[in-house]
Design a protein around this ligand. Structure first.
Ligand SMILES: [Zn+2]
Length: 297
């Protein structure tokens, strides 16, 4: 399988997926604790082949980076889980060795070429490649880039008072993947109101999955694209926006933000770039009243 997704041209930018890994055999009852077996079975026939493992009982989840190239800049949106990280409480991400930077190279991008790194939020699977281990020290991977973090995320995760049962999988992330960027003077912060960025980007506050989670809207020439971060984890949530994942820290806000992004994507015919949907990970949301449907593009 190719490590690079197809190339999308929209709103004056080029978008390509750089795969980090797939998580397979993810039990729906684990990811969506509030959903009953019957509820998942009702959705299953409408899911694409790529959405589930072969026996159609467990889910496939992707972890990847979106490489966005504008006429002026090279931008990465979310940076996977990274190599060599100490994640003893999260064995799936512990001491990884993934040729992610080689895949980026195959996409024609060297670390020094990257102008901006955007983290939609500061969870373990979104900020990992911010840093690499060099001579026993965590250093910025993209040394010429400005890294853009939601300010509320930085404030929250920099304090041990924020540690809770839901964000346990991200313990250690601030110290090895966020602080070295700030310490190196490469970090910029987006306030919780969001707002415009560069010439065609807008940060949309979509809190809930995490405290300061941001989605990114790209608009130009009558076209729109949305990078929704962890507003959704799987196409199941297009069908059932009321379902939060086990990783959503603020449940009611997460549901509201999900519905807002689904409405925005459908009403603007935006191309939606998901952070965890498998397959191409990109597609369209259509709407029939309050019901939404997903189709891959
Ligand atoms: Zn995630």
């Amino acid at each position: 399988m190719s490590d690079l997704g197809k190339e999308y041209h929209i709103a004056g930018v080029t978008v390509r997926k750089v795969q980090e890994q797939y998580l397979r055999q993810v039990a729906p009852s684990f990811l969506y604790p509030a959903a009953t077996v019957e509820e998942i079975e009702a959705i299953e026939p409408g899911l694409a082949a790529a959405d589930m493992d072969d026996e159609r009982e467990t889910l496939v989840v992707s972890i990847h980076t979106w490489l966005v190239t504008t006429p002026d800049h090279v931008i990465l949106i979310d940076t996977g889980s990274g190599n060599d990280k100490e994640r003893p409480r999260n064995p799936g991400f512990h001491h990884q060795s993934i040729p992610f930077l080689e895949r980026l190279h195959h996409a024609g991008v060297e670390p020094g070429d990257v102008d901006f790194v955007i983290n939609t939020h500061l969870h373990v699977d979104h900020s990992g490649w911010n840093t690499v281990l060099e001579h026993g020290k965590w250093v910025p991977t993209f040394k010429n880039a400005r890294y853009v973090f939601p300010r509320a995320e930085q404030e929250y995760y920099s304090s041990t008072a924020s540690h809770n049962d839901v964000n346990i999988p991200s313990l250690g992330v601030y110290e090895d993947s966020v602080w070295p960027i700030i310490d190196g003077g490469l970090a910029d912060f987006i306030d919780s109101t969001g707002g415009s960025f560069l010439d065609r980007f807008t940060f949309l506050p979509t809190p809930g999955h995490s405290i300061g989670h941001m989605s990114v809207l790209v608009e130009a020439g009558g076209e729109a694209a949305i990078f929704g971060g962890d507003v959704m984890h799987h196409p199941i949530q297009v069908e059932r926006p009321d379902l939060n994942t086990v990783f959503c820290e603020f449940a009611d806000q997460a549901t509201r933000s999900r519905r807002r992004i689904l409405e925005l994507a459908a009403d603007n015919r935006a191309l939606y770039f998901s952070t965890h949907f498998p397959g191409s990970s990109a597609g369209h949301v259509t709407r029939n009243g309050n019901r939404f449907r997903w189709s891959y593009a």
